[in-house]
Write a protein that binds this ligand. Structure first.
Ligand code: ADP
Length: 493
């Protein structure tokens, strides 16, 4: 098929409108990369209250109450607004499904103050999934492919294959579902299933039920025509063990022939040290010395003394169990004995913040912390650090290690998922880009940091690592082509 495809891309977070993690980055860059390949792709997401009408020039596409979505015994109404995201080459249209009751809030999934998930997340995302389908007909735009991302969009394939399957408008649409993180499943009680209006017959272990609950992610694993995840290694991991598959490994492995690992790319329009407006001094391979000025600025920003030859390790992360900071906490005192400095930008669990703060008090000149979400600081940490730490328990793809390599900041990572697929260990010869450890164990982490510090003391060898990372090509084009091939393959079937 050589005609341009029509693709609808669904996500609950899209940069620059709403972001809690890497999903937002991917949901912005991948559609742009697909559009650059000549296809018509549009994005749809919820319109959260904080998405400013004025800043993003939202305009009405479908007026108030014109979208009607059955939900349980009632009918909820919605409207659609629109805006664009654009890089230098292409503009992608973004539709926002608006309903003040469900999305007129300050958080995406949680109350930002209590940090508790909204109790009606089931209704919010049932409304979104079914609302998307209703909107398409109202728009009169018939995509060839609906590309869903994570559990919040997981009911769309189920609706298309059941409730809407006899409607000619939807009959030929193929669905792709991308797993960005298998651990977030959207599992709700049976009552929620009844609100969805899906046929009763599919609430069973071979269908949308998992462990007695209505599971949005499993609904997608069951009904999507094709399933992808964001690295080859993670695609294998989620099939093999309960730990990685978060209880759905048996089910996902049944669909192995439809499961593809496609590595995320990075958006060099945003993450490029030569163009980056957020950092103190721009640099590239030919001006590596300028990186030092960013190191100085970073130290200043986090109230640390600037020490030119002391290795500075950075970390930027959601503070959740997955990211492995329990390992860091176990050996942080020992890390300090190596004579390094450590800076961390984290958002998430308060209990993890507190533990870091108590250790920091003992090493005020070596540890700098900032808790909260701060995009500018994230860029400065990538630019100013010497090393970047990602000790994840599991990591579907991980973006920060790729950003780091682009900024000449050498990653120290656990060999899992996308971290394993993207980082080459220093010991592998002249092609090394970082340091990896296998076992989820704080002593192994410490050993990897020790190895890194030793190589740091050999400036020529270190520069080689930096250069190797900076020369890697993680651009989206390659991955976007793989998605398009997959779409085409599905449409040929
Ligand atoms: P995940 O999606 O699991 O959070 P990724 O490495 O794929 O992990 O992507 C994380 C993205 O979120 C990166 O763009 C990173 O810079 C950003 N990020 C994470 N925590 C913060 C924070 N506290 N402040 C700013 N950016 C953050």
């Amino acid at each position: 098929m050589s005609r341009p495809l029509n693709i609808l891309f669904l996500s609950s977070e899209v940069e620059p409108f709403a972001k809690t993690g890497g999903l937002a980055d991917v949901s912005s860059s991948l559609p742009q990369a697909i559009k650059e390949l000549g296809h018509e792709i549009r994005i749809m997401m919820p319109r959260y209250r904080f998405i400013s009408e004025r800043k993003f020039k939202l305009h009405d596409i479908i007026r108030l109450k014109e979208i009607q979505v059955p939900l349980g015994k009632s009918v909820e109404v919605g409207n659609v607004k629109s805006s664009f995201i654009s890089n230098l080459k292409e503009k992608v249209q973004v539709y926002f499904l608006d309903n003040a009751k469900f999305f007129g809030r300050e958080g995406i999934y949680q109350n930002p103050v209590s940090k508790k998930d909204y109790k009606d997340n089931d209704e919010r995302f049932i409304f979104f999934c079914r609302g998307v389908i209703e909107t398409l007909k109202r728009l009169g735009w018939q995509p060839d492919i609906i590309h869903c991302n994570d559990w919040q969009t997981g009911l769309v394939p189920a609706y298309i294959k059941t409730l809407y399957s006899s409607d000619g408008f939807y009959k030929n649409i193929k669905t792709v579902f991308t797993i960005h993180n298998m651990a977030y499943q959207g599992a709700f009680p049976h009552d929620s299933f009844e609100k969805s209006g899906l046929p009763k017959s599919i609430f069973k272990p071979e269908g949308v039920e998992a462990y007695g609950k209505f599971n949005f992610l499993k609904s997608a694993l069951c009904y999507a025509d094709s399933i992808t995840t964001v690295s080859k290694r993670y695609a294998e991991e989620i099939c093999t063990s309960d730990e990685y598959g978060a209880g759905l490994n048996g089910f996902v492995s049944k669909r192995k022939k439809d499961l593809h690992g496609i590595l995320n790319g990075i958006d060099y329009g945003i993450w490029d040290p030569l163009m980056d407006e957020f950092i103190y001094r721009k640099f590239d391979l030919k001006s590596l010395d300028a990186k030092l000025d960013n190191k100085r600025a970073l130290a200043g920003r986090l109230a640390l003394p600037f020490k030119e030859t002391t290795p500075l390790i950075g970390a930027i992360s959601r503070l959740v169990d997955q990211k492995g900071f329990d390992l860091v906490l176990e050996v942080l005192d020992d890390m300090m004995k190596l004579g390094i400095q450590f800076v961390m930008l984290g958002s998430g669990e308060k209990s993890i913040e507190k533990k870091f703060e108590s250790i920091q008090k003992k090493h005020p000149n070596q540890i700098g912390l900032f808790f909260g979400f701060d995009n500018d600081l994230a860029h400065l940490i990538e630019a100013g650090s010497d090393m970047f730490l990602m000790p994840s328990k599991y990591e579907p793809c991980g973006l920060n290690q790729m950003y780091s390599m682009r900024y000449g900041t050498v990653p120290v990572v656990r060999a899992t998922g996308g971290l394993d697929d993207t980082v080459e260990d220093h010991s592998s010869g002249g092609k090394g880009t970082g340091f990896k450890f296998e076992k989820y164990d704080s002593k192994e982490l410490l050993k990897a940091i020790q190895r890194a510090v030793k190589v740091y003391q050999q400036p020529e060898e270190w520069k080689k690592l930096m250069r190797n990372g900076m020369m890697k090509d993680f651009s989206w084009e390659f991955s976007a082509k793989q998605y398009v091939n997959l779409y085409k393959e599905l449409l040929r079937q």
